[in-house]
Design a protein around this ligand. Sequence first.
Ligand code: PAF
Length: 516
Amino acid sequence: MNLTILKTKSDLENWRKQNQQIHFVPTMGCLHQGHEALIKAAKCFSEEKSTKVLVSIFVNPFQFAKGEDFSIYPRDLESDCKTAVNAGANAIWAPTLETLYPNGPESYFTLQAPSSLTKSLCGSHRENHFDGVATIVMRLLYFVRPKKLILGEKDWQQLVIIRQLIKELRLQIEVQSIPTIRDKDGLAYSSRNEYLSPEERAQALTLPKLLLKESIQFNSIRSINLTKLRSDLEKNGLIVEYLETVDSKSLAPVNYDTTKLCLLAAAVHCGPTRLIDHIFLMNRKPIVAIDGPAGAGKSTVTKRFAKKLGLIYLDTGAMYRAVTWFIQKENINPDNEIELLKGLSNLNLDIYIAGSGIQHVMLNDQEISDEIRNPKVTEAVSRIASKAAVREKLTAQQKMIGRKGGIVAEGRDIGSTVFPDAELKVFLTASPKERARRRATDLMNQGFSVPNLQEIENQIQQRDKIDSTRKIAPLVQAKDAKKVITDGMTIDQVIETLIKMFREEIPEEVWPSNQL
Ligand code: PAF
């Protein structure tokens, strides 16, 4: 068995010295297939060969309340080592409480989990549970100092709290989550499933079954009936500790008619065993809005980001370019509103990505994908895009394309005007100098003549001014958009940043990554 077992703090320190980059899976042992999936994901996220996967096993006394199952919690280090190594772990760290706090009980301290995140769900029923989780996870992270921390979405509230703490403490640790892993019969894997007798297990199954049924019903009738669901659970012999709908990020109670991603979660007692489960409810698939000035690298990045996440890519800039090309071809005077409206009424625009990944722009059944990249179009597009009639027509078409979600749209006003309720809004930008340099490379690659860099930079600044000062749908960073300045970043780094941001908003369970 090629597994290093670390017990003491110096074991860990010596191992750390040899292995700089660590992906970390904290557990309380009694490893099951849910843990195996975490370890496999940690392995799969290891871009570099030298990255090692460390699994900790520590039954954390601080997260059990008096009368809970701390003393009988299943422990089997030998079997855990086998499971961990088979799943791809390189080392196991099984510290004792004394290892974590060498100065004894007098030195114990506790962290407090953010109170706004502990008011609902398990937080309001398990006293100090998340303070105990926060204390020990932060202690483990302090010793391990991993690059990535892998956690399960099964414990959604725990995941949200740990993410928040890592952010607040500005720890340079990436949190990656994996969806709830279920047994063939639908029961979510949990170490506590061991306590269930066959009869109780059959009863316990009604929890995932009824949650699933409710979410299927929600998809068609857009409402849920918590009273009925509670009584159905009880009719099946389960004692409901809580059954709540909360906002997936703030964990504040919400009505199910929210447009935001919402969590329907329950804790039930089945015989002596406490089980938790949840399901996400959402009115449509996720939407990502990527806005920013010209030349910030939006297109390349957005296209690849969309492909990686299996989302539809919508290039609204190409739509404005297509209209500009049409107006130039038809010799329409854009300042004559009647002429413009008449021209637009004869315009049938279609934009799609073919199986090959190449974007096609069709105007009145003619392919104009290359034509719209012409510098003559580039020069005029901002002016045309500032016309109310043009914006109205294209905004309506974009909203229509995105009504079911599952889309990444890039443009100037996506987060502010087209999809104001997008789950993730990004303002992608770079300094004018950097953008001029990129624009020159693009022009050269497309075979156009390349003006000098200063000239391009001036053009870019001029275009930014028009875009950000126009009355209709100006280029602005939406209030809730996250700014990414891409100077000095590679395309891959920008995409990785976007994926990380997406994952903070959208769980794997709602929109799975292809790579998992
Ligand atoms: O999820 C668990 O197993 C535990 O809460 C954790 C994260 C290992 C902390 O003790």
